[in-house]
Design a protein around this ligand. Structure first.
Ligand SMILES: Cc1cc2nc3c(=O)[nH]c(=O)nc-3n(C[C@H](O)[C@H](O)[C@H](O)COP(=O)(O)OP(=O)(O)OC[C@H]3O[C@@H](n4cnc5c(N)ncnc54)[C@H](O)[C@@H]3O)c2cc1C
Length: 461
């Protein structure tokens, strides 16, 4: 057992955040060891994670740029310009996320992204140890206990500081909780998800519009589909856990087909292996994890899902985890006292994680229930008009979260004011011609300051 060096860190988890953080730190000269319970996905294929693909937005891209990873990742990304809303009657309508193709999000394959980041981490000098599951931590003696997932062998590793990037079910968090009360609270959503696949057509092409995030909103539940660069789509069905329909009432492949025939008829011809996918793919649970404290002095700190798992409805969990990586690497560089660096990291990121957790919960209702609603569409039209009328001051909610990097907490605060103004101004109206512009303009000038970092206005991206 070797003694850890002065600038050494022991990372738990080589998933999305672990691999990116390892790259950022190793490039700055840190000695980084990463322990991952799974095998190396570059040798034995990606073993599956929490979803097959993910939406990458500006926050995540900015973090990738810090590690010079953006170019490699973007080679495999598929642009999504907006939501393609599928009505029950089979009509489709694109609702753009931004003003043009400079304001879009990107669909990326989790396994490909992970592999790209692992390669970069290794090139930067990080040491990756696969098949090593963290089991226990002796904080007193600074010893981490790992089990070899292949042969059950035990391994002891001496550490200076542990960094938990081991996801929502974090073993490091569990070990820290045995040491002290971190104020942990998990709120399970009463809805879960299952993934299905739309394969390419007979010519090997996408079966439906590739450059969009498809949504079939159905009130209390919905389906979405994100494109993959191999011309498939990953469909995710979100249903309540109880009631009708739910994962309790729809259990067999035949019941799944009946649900699709009734509610998602235009998707049925696109999913030829519906029954097999239903049978094969598990139901995934969704939860929000809250912690009062993310670290124990200089000995351990958590980030990403291990610190603040969230529901996936804003497509920001990974983006937020990537922002955490940049912030933690910067604090560690800036502040030689580790405990102080971890405390400063927590102070900076905790309010922002809480804000995006709240916005992610709200966005579920918007996606499944509002995107085809007349009031919502009028509010969106007004939002776009106000964006032009008050550049930099009235910035749409989605723009602040997905195309900018202003702190999530600030985006939430401004979004709440803006939503109130939008609801008030459109109440009882069915067109923008009825808006009282003078009153609305006055409120905006009074309640919203001008933001610096606005896309398309020359501000930093
Ligand atoms: C259905 C769904 C859709 C999503 N869509 C999006 C999206 O569109 N956009 C977005 O930004 N986010 C999305 N997310 C969220 C995103 O998946 C997470 O926020 C992201 O994966 C967090 O990264 P992480 O590195 O913290 O954790 P993970 O990616 O979960 O990585 C944790 C790693 O730690 C390893 N590990 C676990 N336990 C141990 C142990 N004891 N010892 C060693 N290693 C261990 C795991 O094997 C894994 O490799 C989605 C999530 C879900 C569930």
């Amino acid at each position: 057992m070797n003694k850890p060096a002065d600038r050494s860190l022991t990372l738990i988890g080589a998933g999305l955040a672990g691999a990116l953080l390892a790259t950022l730190l190793a490039r700055k000269g840190w000695q980084v060891d990463v322990f991952e319970k799974r095998g190396d996905p570059r040798q034995q294929g990606y073993a599956g994670g929490r979803s097959i693909n993910l939406a990458l937005a500006e926050r995540g891209r900015h973090a990738l740029r810090q590690a010079d990873a953006d170019e490699a990742v973007m080679r495999q990304a598929v642009m999504m310009r907006g939501r393609m809303v599928h009505s029950r009657e089979g009509q489709v309508q694109l609702q753009r996320y931004g003003r043009d193709d400079s304001e879009v999000i990107w669909s990326i394959h989790r396994g490909d992204l992970n592999i790209t980041l692992l390669d970069l981490a290794e090139q930067a000098g990080a040491r990756l140890h696969f098949h090593r599951r963290l089991d226990q931590v002796d904080f007193e003696r600074r010893l981490a206990h790992f089990t070899d997932e292949q042969n059950g062998g035990a391994h002891l590793v001496e550490f200076q500081s542990l960094v938990g990037a081991d996801g929502a079910g974090s073993s490091l968090r569990a070990a820290m909780l045995r040491e002290r009360d971190l104020g942990e609270r998990t709120e399970f959503l009463d809805h879960s998800y299952k993934e299905l696949e739309i394969p390419p057509d007979a010519e090997g092409e996408f079966q439906i519009e590739p450059n969009a995030l498809h949504i079939w909103p159905r009130g209390h539940y919905m389906c979405i589909a994100l494109p993959n660069d191999e011309k498939t789509f990953t469909v995710t069905l979100f249903l309540p856990n109880a009631g009708e329909p739910s994962f309790a009432s729809v259990t067999t492949p035949a019941q799944a087909r009946a649900l699709f025939e009734r509610d998602f008829a235009d998707a049925i011809p696109l999913i030829p292996a519906l029954e097999q996918d239903w049978q094969r793919n598990p139901v995934g649970l969704l939860a929000t994890l809250y912690l009062d404290s993310w670290h124990i002095d200089e000995r351990a700190v958590l980030l990403g899902d291990a610190a603040h798992a969230m529901v996936p409805f804003h497509g920001q969990g990974m983006n937020c985890a990537f922002e955490d990586c940049v912030a933690l690497a910067e604090h560690l560089q800036r502040t030689p006292d580790r405990a102080a660096a971890f405390a400063a990291f927590e102070r900076e990121r905790q309010p922002n994680a809480a804000a995006i957790q709240a916005m992610a919960l709200e966005n579920y209702v918007e996606m499944r229930d509002k995107v085809d609603d007349a009031d919502f569409l009028l509010q969106r039209a007004l939002e776009r008009t106000l964006q032009e009328r008050h550049p930099g001051r009235f910035v749409p909610h989605y723009t602040m979260v997905s195309f900018m990097r202003i702190p999530y907490a600030q985006a939430l605060e401004r979004s709440e004011i803006q939503r109130e103004l939008l609801v008030q101004a459109t109440r009882g109206h069915d067109s923008l011609e009825q808006i009282d512009w003078a009153a609305l303009d006055a409120q905006i000038l009074q309640r919203l300051s001008v933001l610096d970092d606005v896309p398309g206005q020359g501000g930093p991206r």
